[in-house]
Ligand binder design. Structure first.
Ligand code: GAR
Length: 217
């Protein structure tokens, strides 16, 4: 099977993007990262991508104002130029138009730093601590028009510690993100993930061992 051509969309430092790039350096990995696209020219991740000889594109959202569809069309044109099969959102902080999301249905992944459907949106670690959550974590899911929603491909959990700070919890969750994103993309790129009734089946079953990470200490 030929390797899937993946675009990673970023807005910032791109540590998840870097984890995907590292995983894809192995020729047996079923996907290759062929494009990193950012809506911000100064996104730190663009430097990492260039250092790894990966093509980069910047589509600045500001000239498009409120016209999300036009911004998305400009991104779509870049994705077509680079013959992209799968899109990975990795800290890409723009809402996407329903039309664009539909074009990429079950071919666009996102990572979110919480155990969805809990704690959608921003400041997830602070909110988890304030809520007294005992378990927190990260989710890789297929993208739907609603923010931080869509069929869950993989989750990884961490225990919340008694005196956790936002920074400490965030660092432990980020380490989990860097494990589950490459693992989830691998499953999708191998065509092993099917969405039935808004749930992901992997190799035909809802929760196989390959899609769970037990809580880390
Ligand atoms: C990551 O923690 C990612 O889960 C989060 O942004 C961070 C980006 O960091 N994404 C979201 O909050 C999406 N709702 P990175 O640029 O180092 O990968």
């Amino acid at each position: 099977m030929s390797r899937k051509r993946v675009a990673v969309l970023i807005s910032g430092r791109g540590s998840n993007m870097a984890a995907l790039i590292e995983a894809a350096k192995d020729n047996s990995y079923p996907a290759e990262i062929v494009l990193v696209l950012s809506n911000k020219a100064d996104a730190g991740g663009l430097v990492t991508a260039r250092d790894n000889d990966i093509a980069t594109e910047v589509v600045d959202h500001t000239p498009f104002g409120k016209d999300r569809a036009a911004f998305d069309a400009a991104m779509q044109s870049k994705l077509e130029t680079h013959r992209i099969d799968l899109v990975c959102l990795a800290g890409f902080m723009r809402l996407l138009s329903p039309g664009f999301v539909a074009l990429w249905q079950n071919r666009m992944l996102n990572i979110h730093p919480a155990l969805l459907p809990a704690f959608k949106g921003l400041d997830t670690h602070r909110r988890a601590i304030e809520a007294g959550a005992k378990i927190h974590g990260a989710t890789v899911h297929f993208v739907e028009p609603e923010m931080d929603a869509g069929p869950i491909i993989m989750q990884g959990a961490v225990a919340v510690r008694p005196n956790d700070t936002e920074a400490a919890l965030s660092a432990r969750v980020l380490a989990v993100e860097h494990r589950i994103y490459p693992a989830a993309l691998k499953l999708v790129a191998e065509d092993r993930v099917r969405v039935v009734d808004n749930r992901c089946l992997i190799d035909g079953v809802p929760v196989p061992d390959t899609a769970t990470l037990r809580p880390f200490p």
